[in-house]
Design a binder for this molecule. Structure first.
Ligand SMILES: [Cu+2]
Length: 363
């Protein structure tokens, strides 16, 4: 492994914002894509997490960047698949360790999952198709109006050095298979008008094996990114004097759908929340059998041996509208633009500028 001088110089500028640095999954620690060193490291490290252009936010909720991060304004259009999957079982906890979160950036933590093709997530881009279901959300835990000295937000615990991270639980009923997890912080300290809310999304890839679950979330329950959020959503445009914070997006998927999980959509979702793995597999024509398709990548292979060449641009699927499909060239480029933008960013007057990338991250 080798770092260039340029990489080290860039890294020293990074002070604000944040991203997930690593995760603990089924007892194993996985370093995530590091935008400060991975682009300058040879050979390119293989990760379970998809690349991010820097530590800054996405503010345009209609951009492909809202899915797994990106910086379309600067030519980094959306993200790209990662090479690896972390093996896990349905019902496992996954703990995500964010870089030390700035206490000015209060907001919510929201997590979604999407079922990848039975061949894996390593060459799959959902584009704007509806594939995502929400599995966890934590926002304004206790408003100041309840008697405290300040609002208590879910991200508060991430603002303490050496914190225990954020843990989500893989729904215990999920069928085995490859899954893409989309995890984000929605910082709302500038959300009074749109664009203003700052979203910090990132995606990582799991290979769920050995479980007893059989649930594949029904297509009627799935949302798209972009698509799930609108600038007018009350959780995207939000008055900071409010004593409640409505987290945007759909209600949280529950394995106990129909048992009265308490959300407003439970009665509707109960009828359509789940279907069996067999039914889903035949419906999407991915494979001819439900459990052991010939094309499936074994857990071992998926974790360790998928090479960078296997995600060459020609293999990245792009099956939907070209209006939202990132170009193969930009998806696979490691040449993240790092043009100096410090002065331009500083002139915006915002605590966090709209411009992204490494060079303005010291604001
Ligand atoms: Cu920031």
């Amino acid at each position: 492994m080798r770092y260039t001088l340029a990489a080290l110089a860039s890294a020293s500028l990074v002070l604000g914002h944040g991203y997930v640095e690593n995760a603990t999954i089924n007892g194993q620690s996985y370093p995530f894509y590091d935008p400060n060193t991975d682009p300058y490291t040879s050979p390119t490290p293989e990760r379970i997490s998809r690349k991010i252009p820097g530590n800054g936010p996405v503010e345009n909720v209609t951009s492909i960047d809202i899915q797994c991060n990106g910086d379309s304004v600067d030519g980094v259009i959306g993200s790209a698949p990662a090479a690896l999957h972390a093996p896990a079982a349905a019902g496992d906890n996954v703990t995500l360790f964010w870089s030390l979160w700035p206490d000015s950036h209060y907001g919510a933590l929201v997590t979604y999952m999407a079922r990848c093709p039975d061949t894996g997530c390593q060459d799959w881009l959902p584009n704007s198709t509806s594939v995502w279901f929400k599995i966890a959300e934590d926002g304004l835990i206790t408003p100041e109006s309840a008697g405290g000295q300040a609002d208590i937000w879910a991200v508060d615990s991430l603002e303490v050095a050496g914190n225990a991270g954020y843990t989500y639980t893989i729904p215990s009923c999920l069928a085995d298979g490859f899954y893409l997890v989309r995890h984000e912080i929605i910082a709302v300290f500038l959300a009074g008008s749109y664009p203003g809310a700052q979203l910090y999304p990132g995606c990582h890839q799991l290979n769920i094996t050995g479980g007893a679950g059989s649930t594949v979330v029904d297509s009627d329950e799935l949302v798209a990114f972009p698509g799930a959020y609108a600038g007018t959503d009350p959780g995207i445009t939000w008055d900071s004097s409010s004593t409640t914070y409505p987290i945007p997006g759909p209600s949280v998927f529950s394995c106990a759908a129909g048992s009265g999980s308490g959300d407003a959509a439970s009665s509707e979702s109960s009828a359509v929340a789940t279907q069996t793995l067999v039914a889903a597999s035949s419906a999407d024509s991915q494979t001819s059998t439900a459990t052991t398709p010939a094309t499936a990548v074994s857990p071992t292979q998926a974790q360790t041996t998928i090479s960078a060449s296997s995600i060459a641009s020609s293999q990245i699927s792009s099956t939907s509208s070209t209006a939202v499909v990132p170009s193969a060239t930009s998806l696979t480029s490691d040449a993240t633009p790092v043009a100096a933008e410090t002065s331009a960013a500083a002139s915006t007057g915002k605590k966090c500028s709209k411009r992204r990338g490494l060079q303005r991250s010291n604001l």
